[in-house]
Design a binder for this molecule. Sequence first.
Ligand code: FES
Length: 158
Amino acid sequence: MENNKTRREFLQKAGSTALFAALGISFLSSCGSSIDDDATMPGGMPNNTTGIRVEGNITNLDLTQANLSNLKNQGGWLLIRQSQLLVVNVDGQTIRAFTSVCTHSGCDNAWAYSNSQFICNCHGSVFSNGGQRLSGPANRDLQEFSVQRNGDNVVITK
Ligand code: FES
């Protein structure tokens, strides 16, 4: 009887540990914009589409909207899925925009931004915040698009 109780307790504890480990691994691998380190800047996909307007090759961003406001700050960045864009504030004022389609094999949704670099978590390619390829497996830079900023209004033209 005592052996059964001890065995059951062990299995419950082992199960909990395995569950947490599995959740941890799942979280890290599926949430590319949430790598935890001190240099990782806030960003990722906006919580909703408020303030994002896409018309043809033009994407308008209204930075007065809370879900886009991190683009006002140096290092703030967003992945705009609707128009496959990576958008980043590089110096507190200048906003740059790049394709979110990785030049390695086309992943467009597994980006992180840390130490002024974009990382494609599909296979680990790294790009500068100017779109330059820094390390592979990608072998080409990210295409950059024209950005016009007028205060809190940002217009990106592909
Ligand atoms: S698709 Fe980005 S590194 Fe492979």
